[in-house]
Structures are given as structure tokens and as C-alpha cells.
Design a binder for this molecule. Sequence first.
Ligand code: SF4
Length: 153
Amino acid sequence: MDIYINKILYNRSLVDGPGIRTVIFLQGCDIKCSGCHNEKTWNMLDGHKISVKELFNLINDVTINKKVTISGGEPLLQLEALRELLKLFKDNNYDIALYTGHIKDELPKDLLPYLTYLKTGRFIKEKQTSVIPYVGSTNQCFERVDNIETIEK
Ligand code: SF4
């Protein structure tokens, strides 16, 4: 299956979840928050099309720690491809964070077992924060969802 991506940051984000993470920015967003810092991700047709397997291999070949964050754009817009990608990462023992602009109740429940971390909620410009880790505005929630207590490596 194919998936549309905007860009990949390899092994260098410290703000998209705990540890040094690789971030995949998926293309396409229908939420369109006022003040969004990533408007270039909105139009699906502006993205690069790649197979899910190829995307996984690109990351798996160079990861330093198997910590990956799937962001956007809005990842739930490409739900079937997202499921396939999550399965590949999970089968290979990745620590996976998913960033969505939706609230947790709107997340398909079958996605939760793949995730270590989940960030939910749209960006609200008037509630912007630079002090709460891993979120852009105070209404958003970043949480551990695998219920396993570990010491961060
Ligand atoms: S959900 Fe994310 S990418 Fe979409 S408009 Fe909001 S902040 Fe931008």
C-alpha cells in the first residue's frame, strides 16, 4: 500500500516524545487549525508517494534507537496505510508515538495496542505553550498509553 509523506527527520527530534526520535510527517490534514506551523502538509497532493514497506525500510536502515514519532499533517487521514506502518514498526519492536489532532475518543481503538505514546487535540493558537513537553498548546494531551513503566533510555 502507498502512503503520502511530507518529510522525515532522522534521529534528531527532542520535542516529539521522549528521547531522540525519528519523526515522519505524513501529508494531508483536514483539521486546519488556525496558526498551524505546518500548513505545507495540508494538501495531500503536495506530498511524496511511497510504499509503506519502503518507508519502513528507509527508517529501519538508519535508526539509532528504534524511537519513531508519526506526525503530520493528520495521520488518521491515511488510516489503512497508517495501520500497515504501525504493524511493521510494532513487529520490529519500535517505541511508537502517534500525534493526532483528534481527541482520544475519535481514535480507532485498534490502533492503541501499537502505541507507546499518544498526543491528541488540535492546536489552539491562543493556548500556545513552549513549556509543556511534547505539545504545542495547553489543551493538547501527551500521554503514555502502553501502561508499561520503564526507565527512559
Ligand atoms: S492538526 Fe496539526 S497539521 Fe493539522 S492543522 Fe492542526 S496543527 Fe496543523
